[in-house]
Design a binder for this molecule. Structure first.
Ligand code: PEP
Ligand code: MN
Length: 358
């Protein structure tokens, strides 16, 4: 075959590419129009029966040289691209995404601005055990000029025989302490039915790792006007974590703080494995503030300071850690909470590591 013949064949291939492009584009416009009609009728856009019928018709007319399976594959890709075109904006860009909102979301809790560039600290006991216990930690927090306290009134425990928290009594203690010490309270809610009630007692609804995909709880938290601190599930991918936040924002509540708290891996040296790179990924992909819980991610007091420094160095908006006046007698997580002296050391060490802004 001469070079001239080859060039002619190539020219014809180029022409066919152009024709295919025109046809695919024309098909796409029609599919978009169908999408708009279906939207008005409220009909589901994906219609597998219709897809199967179209594929059968195409394969029936296939005279080669492609195998039927190859033709099916090629057309299936065209169908898929068409369906994606029909899909609404939410699928292309989530409401929590930077694509949708490039500016950082700042969540304000009793004057503390989470995500405004200076780090936020959330300290407090694992569980609320008594007024005195919470008040002692509150005093230590206030002495440092900090604004937030944490403490669980509803504790999701591995064993049903372990301390489950004081429930409503715990929320009442938290509210009393918050008012007396002028602190914003973060506390976990585990039951969708308790979300509204909790709003009268606390400033931030925490949704814990075990409930990250409790969709009814996410929806309930999305329906109220309270900031939500959403923790990453023990075995949740970043995509699942982001989608859990989308559940909340899609109901109208955009006051969401994400919290990386470690994921379960084969490693046993730490309670969980702190996925530190999740922090910059979440910061890039979403506009929400991101905290790191150094207590539950490590489960080790000796790692609290270095992991907190790492969290802030990699771009986290703040750190959460557990503090108890007497960890040895704590009713939950006694091995990993700091006592008040350790808390002092932790805070001053971590503060020193923060670069002073010019
Ligand atoms: C907590 O913060 O009290 C807690 C139970 O953490 P997690 O849900 O991350 O395990
Ligand atoms: Mn705990």
């Amino acid at each position: 075959m001469s070079n001239q013949d080859l060039n002619q064949l190539r020219q014809r291939v180029d022409e066919i590419n152009g024709e295919l492009l025109n046809l695919i584009s024309e098909r796409a416009s029609l599919v978009q129009e169908i999408g708009r009609v279906k939207e008005k009728q409220g009909v589901n856009r994906y219609d597998p029966v219709r897809e199967r019928a179209m594929l059968n018709k195409i394969v029936d007319s296939n005279n080669g040289p492609f195998e039927n399976s190859t033709i099916e594959h090629l057309f299936k890709e065209i169908f898929k691209a068409g369906l994606e075109l029909q899909q609404d904006d939410h699928r292309k860009a989530l409401l929590v995404s930077r694509k949708k909102k490039p500016e950082d979301t700042i969540v304000e809790i009793r004057g503390e601005k989470v995500g405004n560039g200076s780090p936020t600290f959330v300290f407090g006991p694992c569980a609320v055990e008594s007024y005195e216990q919470v008040a002692e930690v509150a005093q230590a927090i206030k002495d440092k000029g900090l604004k937030l306290i944490r403490g669980g009134a509803f504790k999701p425990r591995t064993s049903p025989y372990d301390f489950q928290g004081l429930g409503l009594e715990g929320l009442k203690i938290l509210k009393r302490v918050a008012d007396e010490y002028d602190l914003g309270v973060v506390s976990e809610i585990v039951n969708p039915a308790d979300v509204e009630l909790a709003c009268d007692y606390i400033d931030v609804i925490q949704i814990g790792a075990r409930n990250m995909q409790n969709f009814e709880l996410l929806k309930a938290a999305g329906d109220v006007k309270k900031p939500v601190l959403l923790k990453r599930g023990l075995a949740a991918t970043i995509e699942e974590f982001i989608n859990a936040a989308e559940y909340i924002i899609s109901r109208g509540n955009d006051q969401i703080i994400l919290c990386e708290r470690g994921i379960r891996t084969y490693e046993r040296a730490t309670r969980n494995t702190l996925d530190i790179s999740a922090v910059p990924i979440l910061k890039q992909e979403t506009h929400l503030p991101v905290l790191v819980d150094v207590t539950h991610s490590t489960g080790r007091r000796d790692l609290l300071i270095p992991t907190a420094k790492a969290a802030l160095a990699i771009g986290a908006d703040g750190v959460m850690a557990e503090v108890h006046p007497d960890p040895a007698v704590a009713l939950s997580d006694s091995a990993q909470q700091m006592n008040l002296q350790q808390f002092n050391e932790f805070y001053s060490e971590v503060l020193q590591s923060i670069p002073v802004k010019a």
